[in-house]
Design a protein around this ligand. Structure first.
Ligand code: NAD
Length: 342
């Protein structure tokens, strides 16, 4: 018998809400889904599992799960679909039947890839499925920070007719750090707004920048040239890429955008430089700790903050879910996944 759970998402394809936990093991294997956004705007991702005979169910715990909760729930699972939950070596060790971990998104910094490799567990993600969504939100943050839309809205709804000034984007320089899928999509949008774009990405050949009409520059040159800095690279270390030195090196009035990972920016230094007036504003979707309770950016002037929702377009939600579900099914069938990380 299937059990039902409340469905919170919209169904643009007109389908009935997904029943959620199926309550019985499928012949292909059991799949635990921890991220609440999986299959939220469309039931197509769930249908991939149903059609393949995999029994997918949502976690009983709120996302992101603590390590102990994950260990408790994963014990009999063949597959795991996660968001930002900590898939540590201890979690993997608690799941002897586990064959695949799927990241419902792109960044796999919350998954111990070495431990997965050692245990022969495949790791897959969904590159490219949320590129447009993240690039759109990055631009929404940029326009909102530049033209002070959040305080303007608050003024109007508060009965005040205050006026707000801010820079036009045309002719300004956007510095893109990490020129992969999302960085390039942001650059395309910036060109549409008549911005000059420079980029730093030490892993790409010159042709990639040339094809995009973007100048490739060394890191420090980008910091010195940019009116707006935007981050689109993975989190690789505990040391923030934009620390106090780098943020201080930015031009007076520069804007900082982060839709990549919170740990890439020294948040205290950013808050200090916003308070001092050296920086003109910031658009932030990701935080070193989420939710960002007590984070000084919450009180900093000129910020536009969103709850790690850059990937949450209707289209990306469907595309991310179906991509990871299809790869989970491939692994459970003994086939090679399309988007293998490990
Ligand atoms: P991608 O792999 O296509 O691009 C990442 C780029 O970063 C690559 O070109 C790589 O060469 C570059 N890079 C790696 N190390 C670098 C370094 N030290 N300095 C400069 N560049 C470096 O990935 P993508 O799809 O463009 O996603 C980029 C990042 O965005 C992801 O790693 C993820 O953390 C983040 N992301 C966030 C959200 C969100 O909801 N806010 C959603 C999707 C992705």
């Amino acid at each position: 018998m299937s059990t039902r759970e409340p469905h919170t998402g919209r169904e643009p394809d007109g389908a009935a809400p997904h029943p959620g936990p199926l309550g019985h093991p499928g012949p292909l294997g059991d799949v635990l889904v921890t991220t609440p956004s999986f299959g939220q705007t469309s039931r197509a991702p769930w249908e991939v599992f149903e059609a393949a005979g995999a029994a997918a169910r949502r976690s009983a715990f709120a996302h992101p799960l603590a390590e102990a909760q994950l260990r408790a729930e994963i014990r009999d699972m063949e597959a795991l679909v996660v968001g930002l939950d900590p898939v540590t070596a201890a979690v993997l060790a608690a799941a002897p039947r586990l064959r695949v971990v799927a990241k419902h998104g792109v960044g796999t910094d919350n998954i111990d890839l070495d431990a997965a490799r050692e245990r022969g567990v495949r790791v897959v993600n969904a590159p490219g499925t949320n590129t447009g969504a993240v690039a759109d939100l990055t631009f929404a943050l940029l326009l909102a920070a530049a033209r002070k839309i959040v305080p303007a809205h608050a003024a109007v709804t508060g009965g005040r007719w205050d006026r707000f000034f801010g820079p036009e984007l045309g002719g300004r320089t956007l510095g893109v750090i990490g020129f992969g899928r999302i960085g390039q999509a942001v650059a395309r949008r910036a060109h549409g707004f008549d911005m000059d774009v420079v980029a730093y990405d030490p892993h790409l050949p010159a042709e990639v920048f040339a094809a995009a009409g973007v100048r490739s520059v060394p890191f420090d040159e980008l910091l010195a040239a940019a009116d707006v800095v935007t981050l689109h690279m993975p989190l690789m270390s505990d040391r923030p890429l934009l620390g106090r030195r780098e943020l201080t090196a930015l031009r007076p009035g520069a804007l900082v955008l982060n839709t990549a990972r919170g740990g890439l920016v020294d948040e205290d230094a950013l808050a200090d430089l916003l308070h001092s007036g050296h920086l003109g504003g910031a658009g932030i979707d990701v935080f070193s700790t989420e939710p960002p309770v007590g984070n000084r950016l919450l009180e900093a002037p000129g910020v536009v903050l969103t709850p790690h929702c850059a990937a949450f377009s209707d289209q990306a939600n469907r595309a991310m879910g179906t991509a990871v579900a299809a790869d989970v099914v491939r692994v459970l069938r003994g086939e090679a996944p399309v988007n293998a990380v490990v």
